[in-house]
Ligand binder design. Structure first.
Ligand code: MF3
Ligand code: CO
Ligand code: CO
Length: 259
């Protein structure tokens, strides 16, 4: 299947992206101390339904939750449950929705009730690393230009990028070609970016070492050194000019704006 989307497909991708962004915004605003992560996941499920979409993650390779909620040293793919959110927690929220057959995929890390200087710096650097990557998502560039921009920015700020998980093409399924790593693999050539491609750029940034491991639940990825991690993600369209962020509220269908 072609990685280049038609205008018809892009119209749906814009709506799917906007819905994912709206759900992420709603869930981020709902986060508070005392809530369990399961309650947060249930709230997310209700918001996804509200916008006429379904979770793209629930059931994907048997993933059991509606969104990914990863706390503190959890990097990605956290499982929600009885854990209670506390002041100062770093909560990474990753939302994937399916709308009219197409996916929007977006993530952010929020600090509950404010956090320490180092944690705030981790969030800020991860956010800026995402935008450094997006700024290189240009027709004629290669994927590695995105990877290099993310890695250089993160490491210049004293943090590290996770190697085991990467960004990816997005379309009818969550993960399509090409892979979009957040680091440069010397000697490996990477795909050319072309107008009409839609990719998820998603730096996963560790405060300490880049090493991660998967817990015995088979899903939760944590840092090996126990230090915190942050994750920021947008689904982006490559165009003939500037990249277009699809996971933004701007394109939310007007019929879905109320409430
Ligand atoms: N959120 C991941 C991504 O951005 C995919 C999660 S797959 C799941 O690519 F099964 F863990 F949900
Ligand atoms: Co995601
Ligand atoms: Co993704």
């Amino acid at each position: 299947m072609s990685l280049i989307k038609t205008e018809r497909e892009l119209g749906i991708m814009r709506a799917a992206g906007a819905i994912a962004a709206a759900v992420l915004e709603d869930v981020g605003a709902f986060v508070r101390p005392g809530l369990t992560t399961r309650e947060l996941d249930e709230f997310a499920a209700a918001r996804i339904r509200h916008y006429g979409a379904t979770s793209a993650f629930l059931g994907y390779r048997k993933y059991p939750c509606n969104i990914c909620i990863s706390v503190n040293d959890e990097v990605v793919h956290g499982l929600s449950g009885a854990r209670r959110i506390q002041f100062g927690d770093l909560i990474s929220l990753d939302v994937g929705v399916r709308y009219q057959g197409y996916i929007g995929d977006t993530a952010k890390t929020v600090a509950v009730g404010g956090c320490g200087l180092q944690a705030q710096k981790l969030i800020d650097v991860t956010t800026q690393a995402l935008y450094e990557g997006i700024s290189r998502a240009l027709s004629g560039n290669r994927v590695v230009d995105i990877s290099r921009a993310v890695q250089t920015y993160v490491e210049a700020n004293g943090f590290s990028v996770v190697r085991e998980f990467v960004g990816h093409g997005v379309g009818r399924t969550v993960h399509e070609e090409p892979q979009v790593p957040n680091f440069v693999e010397p000697g490996k050539n990477s795909a050319k970016l072309k107008a009409g491609m839609t990719i998820a750029i998603e730096p996963m940034v560790n405060a300490g070492s880049p090493a991660v491991k998967v817990l015995s639940d088979g899903w939760t990825v944590v840092t090996q050194d126990g230090m915190p991690s942050a994750h920021m993600e947008h689904t982006v369209l490559i165009t003939e000019s500037e990249p277009e962020i699809l996971t933004c509220l701007e394109n939310l269908p007007s019929s879905l704006r109320a409430r």
